[in-house]
Design a protein around this ligand. Structure first.
Ligand SMILES: [Zn+2]
Length: 425
């Protein structure tokens, strides 16, 4: 049993922060939260308490959409929109991951940066290459962080150097799944079925991926309705599908297994209804949507309709791996919406954005994302002393941290109950 005393702040629901000034959080040896308390109950008196003083303790971040092999391009090459951007900058960079030495050099930096940014849970695209994907999964195992790692499927409309076959991909998924179930029986690092998006995946590949997802009971991730030219192209490529989402749904890749769909900037009508009915989780990536000129996803509307929305950085469409920036931009984009609609919508609140960055993503992993009893203990200790020079409330301190803070303020990181020190890479 471990007991910490700190200023606890989290979002069990999206509508408000839950705060506990100088409260206690009790963690079982299994890494599960036993409870949070304003005063320690009698049965816990006598246990040692680690007092973290006036620091804040918040749930660790969950980045639900990020491309590990685009790490080198982060903050670069943002002068094109999605389709030419992929062909000009992204596919050539991803092709380099055939070289395992290059992959190791970059993936070590990528995993280190997740640690640095306090992103203890991530859902990651790798490339088409099995050896590099396996290596990335090994780095996550070594780091102690939790991740879902997907070998990316692509077999059309892409360079020959960045194309795999359905058989190769299905075999890769099978091998990685078996390996990770043996190495991580607790599911801390898992694989996820990852068709890149409809334009690069033939019907045969989509069908193979749908089958393997169901057979191995794996989650699914992809991209949906990000850009207008992309949507028009999908209409040509999959004329039998009722809408873009249906092009996944026909193959069991749209909520039949737990599914993440990034972007949904232009999702509406029947596609939105299908997302709702199938329980698909939308991953909002505001940084990327702005950088690639894709548009503004109507997140307020999605939330009002009861759709689950989590947050992602989408590096390198997104230019920064900090979930603080994702929170900030999510709020700011929603304010653009508000302004453009003449005030007909309402913009996202601080607690809604924080909820999307922690609890909403965490639920995709299981009992993760807030400090509820029975949840896995995933937390960051934040020293915001330099920002906290007057009588700010905890909510105000967190708000200032969203806008003014960065990774240097994160003093300690916990994942699945274990404190994670800086990886030696
Ligand atoms: Zn993406």
């Amino acid at each position: 049993m471990k007991i910490y005393r700190a200023n606890l702040i989290d979002t069990p629901t999206k509508d408000a922060f839950r705060v506990l000034y100088h409260g206690y959080i009790v963690v079982e040896d299994t890494g599960v939260i036993y409870g949070t308390y304003a005063t320690l109950p009698e049965e816990l008196q006598g246990f040692a308490v680690e007092d973290l003083g006036d620091k804040m303790m918040i749930p660790a971040f969950c980045d639900m959409h990020v491309h590990a092999p685009q790490y080198r391009n982060m903050g670069l090459a943002l002068d094109l929109e999605l389709l030419p951007w992929l062909n000009t900058y992204t596919f050539p960079e991803e092709s380099k991951y055939k070289d395992l030495q290059y992959a190791e050099r970059m993936y070590r930096r990528f995993v280190h940066e997740l640690w640095m940014q306090g992103t203890m849970h991530s859902v990651v695209f790798s490339t088409i290459h099995y050896p590099a994907t396996h290596l990335l999964a090994d780095l996550f195992i070594e780091s102690g962080m939790s991740s879902m790692v997907g070998q990316t499927g692509m077999d059309r409309n892409c360079p020959q150097t960045l194309s795999n076959t359905t058989d190769e991909l299905v075999e890769g998924i099978r091998n990685l799944d078996a390996y990770l179930k043996e190495q991580c029986p607790d599911g801390r690092v898992r694989t996820i079925v990852t068709p890149r998006f409809v334009p690069t995946c033939s019907d045969e590949m989509m069908s193979g991926l749908g089958q393997i997802a169901q057979e191995l009971n794996l989650s699914v991730q992809s991209h949906l309705s990000e850009n207008r030219n992309e949507i028009a192209w999908v209409k040509d490529l999959a004329p039998q599908a009722k809408h873009y989402g249906d092009a996944y749904n026909r193959y069991g890749l749209f909520g039949q297994q737990p599914t993440l769909m990034a972007h949904c900037v232009h999702t509406d009508g029947e596609e939105l209804e299908m997302i709702k009915k199938n329980g698909v989780v939308i991953v909002h990536c505001p940084m990327s949507n702005m950088n690639l000129g894709s548009g503004m996803a109507p997140i307020r509307r999605f939330l009002n309709e009861g759709i689950h929305v989590a947050l992602g950085t989408d590096v390198s469409g997104g230019h920064n791996m900090s979930m603080l920036r994702a929170i900030q931009y999510a709020i700011q984009v929603s304010k653009f919406h508000y302004g453009m609609s003449g005030g007909k919508t309402s913009f996202l609140s601080q607690s809604e954005a924080f909820y999307m960055a922690t609890t909403a993503g965490g639920q995709f992993f299981g009992k993760v994302g807030c400090f509820d009893k029975g949840n896995s203990f995933d937390a960051l200790v934040i020293d915001d002393n330099y920002l906290n020079y007057d009588n700010y409330t905890l909510e105000q301190r967190l708000e200032r941290y969203f806008y003014l803070g960065d990774d240097r303020d994160i003093k300690r990181r916990f994942c699945n109950g274990k404190e994670l020190c800086e990886p030696a890479f």
